[in-house]
Design a binder for this molecule. Structure first.
Ligand code: CMP
Length: 259
């Protein structure tokens, strides 16, 4: 099963909108072109939050239009910049977190790690109850869990202040089950790969600006936008890779110290 993960497109109300000088509509289009060129068959697309920068109806409309390029189902979960209700209104097929997506011997569990109006992550009690029940119902399947915020530190002091606040409670539930293979997230605008108790942990580049890995303070990286692909095998193995747009010099204002 070929899964594609896209994240942090930060679209604005206007298609001219820029984040740190980068036109986010343009960079998402370039990533979509890259996926079209590289991926012959996709079974599932996961969009892991911050799809919009400003929560506007227009931004979700345009994100939805981009996703119509895919022949397979596309599921969304919110990030800290999203307005969950507004997102849900634009997800015509209601493919939104919290949900469980069955996929040929795998269960994909999509969770909402956002706190309304705040930047850092934290799971509401209802989300943890959902996770516990979803895992109980996933016996006999391999499990991939997707969320927006990082549940483990990625090694950047400023970003790791935004880690899922109750990650310990999250892992207390995950650790009860031996079929969780993979946890993926967005938010950190960089590719991270690690492992915890045999579970693979991964983040994805943003489709717009990138953050510099292992940076103490806010810092923008010179890597190009990209996406992650994952092959989920029936025996629980995962192959994965990150691909970035090449041959395009994106205009980014590296002097800006935040947004
Ligand atoms: N200089 C900064 N220091 C700390 N946090 C920041 C800074 N600039 C932006 N942020 C926040 O950190 C978030 C990280 O990713 P987001 O795209 O969610 O949006 C970012 C802002 O909400």
């Amino acid at each position: 099963m070929r899964v594609v993960q896209l994240s942090d497109s930060h679209l604005f109300k206007s298609p001219e909108g820029k984040l740190l000088g980068l036109n986010t509509e343009h960079s998402l289009s370039m990533v979509m072109d890259l996926i079209a060129a590289e991926q012959r068959h996709i079974d599932l697309v996961l969009a892991t939050g911050d799809l919009s920068q400003d929560g506007s109806s227009e931004s979700y409309n345009r994100f939805h239009q981009h996703m119509e390029a895919f022949a397979c189902p596309v599921y969304w979960l919110p990030g800290n910049h999203d307005l969950t209700d507004m997102m849900a209104n634009h997800q015509v097929a209601k493919r939104m977190s919290p949900c469980v997506i069955p996929l040929n011997g795998w269960h994909i569990i999509m969770l909402d790690s956002t706190i309304r109006g705040k930047v850092p992550g934290n799971f509401a009690d209802s989300e943890l109850v959902f996770l516990q029940q979803a895992l109980q119902q996933s016996a006999g399947n391999n499990v991939l869990i997707a969320l927006h915020h990082q549940p483990v530190p990625v090694g950047s002091e400023w970003l790791d202040q935004q880690i899922v606040g109750n990650a310990a409670e999250f892992f207390r539930i995950v650790d009860q089950f031996h079929n969780v293979r993979n946890i993926i997230w967005g938010h950190v605008h960089q590719a991270y790969e690690g492992e915890r108790k045999g579970v693979k942990l991964m983040s994805v580049p943003s489709t717009c600006v990138q953050f510099r890995p292992k940076s103490f303070d806010f810092a923008v990286d010179r890597e190009n936008p990209g996406y992650r692909w994952l092959d989920l095998h029936a025996d629980g193995r995962i192959e994965t890779g990150v691909s970035r747009v090449t041959g395009v010099d994106f205009v980014v204002d590296y002097s800006v110290r935040g947004y």
